[in-house]
Design a protein around this ligand. Structure first.
Ligand code: BV8
Length: 260
């Protein structure tokens, strides 16, 4: 299957979009795997973007670790509070909404996300595998019991009301294993799909980056939507160079035509 590269312009990427929509309408199972780029048009900087303000001097990968939380619990907690508070003024974008509608159109569509911002659920997606947890939840760092984030909580970090240990964000940090059940679900969905679409991810962080390879290894057609090329691009059957908030609504339009 010849690989098609398309530039961001609507006309130029149209053939690739039609090919992708055609494959999706004939597929038994579709997986869409998203990264931080899908939330970029909602105003949330990606991990590749430079951080701003107080956090400009930090790299996310230096803060999102158990060691950083052990060493500086208050600094790490405050970084998450900054990210959470920013979420209050952020909405899903057309890319999130298009994925929620695609889920309604394609019963066997599974959404796997690396994002922890909860915007896919906010846009109406239901069948979501959150690989790296969700920033809107906390968990006790000793008991592991999950609770919702309480915006009015001021302690940094708060103590568990049961055992007194620090609460932590309910996310997976670098160097931590993913929830085995979540990872199994993601591996199974990727291994069983006919079409795998990687959207808005630099395809670097593992084990998320391996999902496309698993799909490819099982004969799925792999497509990528990203303004930039990534380590996946050269192996993808279709590469659409564009923003998810523009490309995904177009894929939805074409699929609606195909499915009549
Ligand atoms: C694990 C939650 C093993 C937290 C995240 C050394 C030491 C320790 C581990 C490692 C190591 N070397 C490698 C590893 C493995 C490590 C890893 O992969 N490191 C990378 C840096 C090489 N992985 C792990 O540690 C994982 N765990 O391996 O465990 C283990 C097993 C058992 C027991 C113990 C240990 C855990 C990884 C999860 C880390 N947590 N998030 C939080 O958010 O605070 S990762 C975080 O970064 C995100 O969730 C996301 O996954 C990742 C960022 O990647 P992207 O989403 O792709 O975003 P990025 O900014 O990179 O790219 C954005 C893309 O969007 C770009 O391509 C851009 O072009 C594009 N874009 C921009 N605008 C748009 C767009 N696309 C479309 N439309 C647009 N408008």
């Amino acid at each position: 299957m010849g690989r098609q590269t398309a530039s961001g312009s609507k006309l130029a990427c149209e053939p690739a979009l039609e090919k992708l929509a055609g494959a999706m309408s004939n597929a038994q199972k579709v997986v869409v795997a998203t990264g931080a780029g899908v939330s970029a048009e909602s105003g949330i900087p990606t991990f590749r973007d430079k951080q701003s303000g107080l956090w400009a001097k930090y790299r996310p990968e230096d803060l999102a670790t158990p060691e950083a939380f052990r060493r500086q619990p208050s600094t790490v907690w405050d970084w998450y509070q900054w990210r959470r508070t920013r979420l209050a003024s952020v909405n899903p974008n057309p890319g999130h909404y298009a994925l929620a509608k695609l889920e309604g159109l394609l019963p066997a569509l599974t959404l796997i996300t690396q994002n922890v911002d909860g915007l896919h659920a906010a846009a109406g997606s239901n069948r979501i595998i959150e690989l790296h947890g969700n920033i809107r939840r906390n968990r006790c760092s000793r008991e592991g019991i999950v609770s919702n984030w309480n915006p009015v909580e001021t302690a940094s970090p708060p103590a568990c009301t049961r055992c007194g240990a620090n609460l932590r964000p309910d996310v997976v940090w670098f160097g931590e294993g993913l929830d085995p059940a979540v990872l199994d679900a993601a591996f199974n969905a990727s291994a069983q799909c006919d079409v795998f679409i990687s959207v808005g991810t630099s395809a670097v962080v593992e084990p998320a980056a391996s999902l496309a390879r698993i799909a490819m290894g099982n004969g799925a057609m792999v497509a990528e939507i990203n303004p930039q090329k990534t380590p996946l691009t050269n192996d993808a059957a279709i590469f659409i160079a564009g923003k998810s908030g523009e490309v995904l609504p177009r894929v939805l339009q074409l699929l609606l035509v195909n499915l009549g």
